[in-house]
Design a protein. Sequence first.
Length: 120
Amino acid sequence: ASADSGAPTIFDKIIAKEIPSSIVYEDEKVLAFRDINPQAPVHVLVIPKARDGLTTLGKAEARHGEVLGQLLYAARIVAEKEGILDGFRVVINNGPGACQSVYHLHLHVLGGRQMKWPPG
Ligand code: 5GP
């Protein structure tokens, strides 16, 4: 999918464990699993279990503040577990102009190699 249709995504099946994923961290609100097409030695996706309207970060409202904080903190837990606390990047691709391909908010946690800036 390349548009924000609001339709269910593949991540719903990953959350429901109907399709397998390599889970790195999980709690009541958040799931973190390895990206199937890694762009770095460590490439983990951090998602809210309940999408609750967050197809994109651009859809965020004040009421999403708590889960947004939980996602960012989960990214830090993932970085520690993966041993990349001294060099990691968190990315959110928002919308077609940023090549977002799955319309269920997700943070990319990338590391394990030199992360250059700007990324291009
Ligand atoms: P986006 O391009 O929307 O920011 O990122 C979506 C990410 O989801 C991509 O990096 C893609 O490789 C990953 N992805 C898509 N489908 C699956 C899947 O079925 N399993 C896993 N583990 N990752 C997926």
